[in-house]
Structure formats: C-alpha cells, structure tokens
Write a protein that binds this ligand. Sequence first.
Ligand code: DGL
Length: 267
Amino acid sequence: MKSDRPIGIFDSGLGGLTVVKEIIKTLPDESIIYFGDTARVPYGTKSKKTIEKFSLQNTRFLTKFKVKLIVVACNTSSSLALNLLKRTFKIPITGVIEPGVKQALLKTKNERVGVIGTRATISSGVYQKALTSCKSKVKVFAISCPLFVPLVEEGLLNKKITKAIVYDYLEPLVKKKIDTLILACTHYPLIKSVIAGIMGPGVQLIDSAGAVAGKVRCMLDEKGLRAEGRNRPRYQFFVSDEPRIFSKEGSKFLGRKIINIKRVNNV
Ligand code: DGL
C-alpha cells in the first residue's frame, strides 16, 4: 500500500520551512501542505492554553486536505500541545522534540547537553524531561533565548548585534562544558554559524529538522505510506496573514523560491 496523499506540516509562522526543506531533501517524492500561522506568531511568548487552541485549529485545518501524516514543525507547539493533538486526532502525528533528543543523546560523549528555545518551550520542561527519561545520567542545561526569533525574522543573521546578543545568552552555557547543544526552535538553524562560533568547535549543534525528516521517513515506511513517485510532488503553502512577506522571507528558510501561497482567514 502506497499513498500519494500529502504530508501536512504546520508552524507558528515561516520557521517551520527549515523542516520542510529537510523533508523535501529526504523525501523528494512527497507532496506537502504547509500552514504557517503568520497572523498569530509568535507562539513562544504565549500560554499553554492558547498554544493548545491554535495547534488544534491548525491540525484540523490540515486534516481537511486528507493529509496522511502531520508534522508539528514548531518546537513550542510540540512542547505544549503534541500530546493533546495525538489524543484528539487519529492520523499519525510527529513533533520535533523526540527526534532531536534522540540525536543529541547519540552524539553526546560527556553527557552534558544544552537546550535553547523559546520561553514557552524551555519553561515547559519537556526537552529536559525527554532527555533525562531516556538517559537518567545526562545533565541538561536549558536556556530560553527570546530575542533570537525577532533577530532572525528581521534578517539580521550575521550582524554585529546578533553576535552580541547570541554571546550574551550563550555565555553561561559555554561555562557549563556541554558537548552537545539542541537548537530547539525553528528559527535557530539560520543563525547556526553564529551560535557555533560562540559555543566553539567542541560543541555539536543538533538541528532537529534533519532528524525530523528521518523520523517522517520511518513513520511512512512503517505504515507503508510512501508516495508512489509516479507524479511530481506538489507543494502548497497557506498562511493566516499577508502572503507577500511569507514569500519573501520564507525563501531564506526554505532555500528556494516559494510559489503557490494562499491566505486563509479562518483556520
Ligand atoms: N516556531 C517557534 C518554535 O519553534 C518559534 C517562533 C514562535 O515563537 O512562534 O518554537
């Protein structure tokens, strides 16, 4: 049994396109429906109740397209709403936490792992719990970096101000002698080189997007749901606010031009 139905992916905005990019690389035959909740971004500063409500609405929206699997590309939604989504919908759903955590635990040698993400992600404690419940000996150092998302959204990727802010947030982590750092936010891969420069060559950066793509491939294989590969894949993008900005900024995240964007007023 194979399936040409699309994979559904949602994020609070355009950051989830880093996950789309990896999925396209790993699964080039798969069609994708992406929803970016650009009218309500950021999620990282919001309460659990609000994030749950938005995540339920986004998932319901994607199910209208008969998607075969849903990827919650947003770390904040994955931290605060994934269990609720899995309980509510029958369709296979994956978040971004477990794949990133597994990869970090495979890589760490000294069992000192850092996690950086939005305030909501870090204060949920979900990454910390996932890491220590897989390996109780691991020491986790988690820090929220609320200014990273606006820096990336403003396109200040390699600016002096970005380096200064990244340094300010990450200096305490450098002192913790971690050897692995999870980038637990869709936006952070875009400032990976700045983060790497500050953390130094002894720290491996785990960008969960690649790990998520691998997990999606495994899930599709397990369920026999891989695309036939006979038709060209289709990529459709939906946003809840102005598509123009998404198109311009999103291509930086996706690494290619974005066409086929529609605005939806109610999800
Ligand atoms: N997509 C969010 C995440 O990965 C970052 C942006 C936001 O705060 O909504 O946590």
